[in-house]
Design a protein around this ligand. Sequence first.
Ligand code: NAD
Length: 497
Amino acid sequence: MTPIVQHWCDGKAFAGDSTATAPVTNPATGVVTGEVALASEGDARTVIAAAADAFPAWRDTSLAKRTAVLFRFRELLNERKQELAAIITAEHGKVLSDALGEISRGQEVVEFACGIPHLLKGGYTENASTNVDIHSVHQPLGPVGIISPFNFPAMVPMWFFPIAIAAGNTVVVKPSEKDPSASIWLAELWKEAGLPDGVFNVLQGDKTAVDELLTNKAIKAISFVGSTPIAQYVYATATAAGKRVQALGGAKNHAIILPDADLDLAADAMVNAGFGSAGERCMAISVAVAVGDIADELVAKITERARTIVTGDGTHNSDMGPLVTKAHRDRVAGYVDAGEKAGATVVLDGRDVDADGGADGFWLGPTLFDHVTPDMSIYTDEIFGPVLSVVRVESYDQALALINDNPYGNGTAIFTNDGGAARRFGNEVEVGMVGINVPIPVPMAYYSFGGWKASLFGDSHAHGTEGIHFFTRTKAITTRWLDPSHGGLNLGFPQNA
Ligand code: NAD
């Protein structure tokens, strides 16, 4: 009997009525290590009802008590993050150091949310009209849904739930069915930290679970992260059901390397950002745009470095782990086949990698293409694997046009020693997150994370002040205590005096 990863409802594991499950696999061995429950509509309704029942008491819990729970959660997470990292590596495949990195970036959002009393402060205006004062407050929305992708099973839910909970909402997290265990570990940690039952819930499942979250009347907002077609579907469906929605989608991130750049720095950056986490990051660089006559030297430097990458089991001392599933591995290898067929130069071929891991692991080594052109599928599509394409252009303007013509706009970077060029790029590029000599410009928790164009649907980015804004609504209260009745009857629209 393989273990079944269940839902988490009202402070305890919940099996639900559905008998449907999906396999959970260790990508480094290919072995099925468990099953995950796939919720029926009824199971989803039960979990959502728990979040709805817990809302009034949590909303009315003092900020002092809420922050005490958040600080405790932060301490427990910090003490025990090795356990969570091991769970992530076992189901996602990323190497342990990378799993710890994602936890740290999620923990930053918990730390940001610990400042919620300051962040929730409203405004007060005395004597807006004679003896009339106005104040505003930021109140929670209610139960909210968080739907997350496979590639960051801890960090992406943590972009949202610390702020949602701190602001007084209750939460239903729907993790990816490919790596569902991290959410249950986080649920247990919340319980240990003293969070009341029903405030943090986990709903395991697929489209059935998602659709119930998108349409159930009790759910007031949806935070989604995943591929662009599903983000679009989630945005359209949940806004039509009257919900507030932020839906973060896919990416095709370019880095421009100008002729004056430090090519060693740029080559290091291309390798780290192209092949880290096997390219399964929404902020991975998948296109290096070489400007002018530096391309040969840049490609040589990237190749020299990428050859040293050890691909293997994330629990060994590897640099890069496997891809998440066999189907995804084969899809990425299919893109490598297509790139070769389309005439791009295969400088490094990951298809024949000799990985330090199980014979049935989902392996694909670092792959580098040169002379890639914008009509090739390796350029047009989000591959989400360890495949880096070099496109050669003559000028900065051509490089910028490539990025601005791209349908995605998540992250980008420029490598240069020219401050004026960097300043111009920051101003002109149509992308939400920009790095200047920084390849993966993921903003800190007190800034907001989000792309432009087909990389985000909705008005609010994740965390930072936009996160506070997303998970609250503002109420303005106008008050008169002194001299309240001297206006007499007056059916005109109220005017200030
Ligand atoms: P995905 O879109 O396949 O799945 C995301 C979530 O949606 C999962 O929980 C999944 O169960 C659910 N889902 C899948 N198909 C669905 C359907 N038909 N109806 C309703 N729900 C459905 O994405 P993924 O493969 O898990 O993750 C990789 C993608 O996520 C990449 O495109 C990557 O760029 C993107 N991503 C974006 C960001 C960002 O910040 N913009 C961050 C991380 C990942």
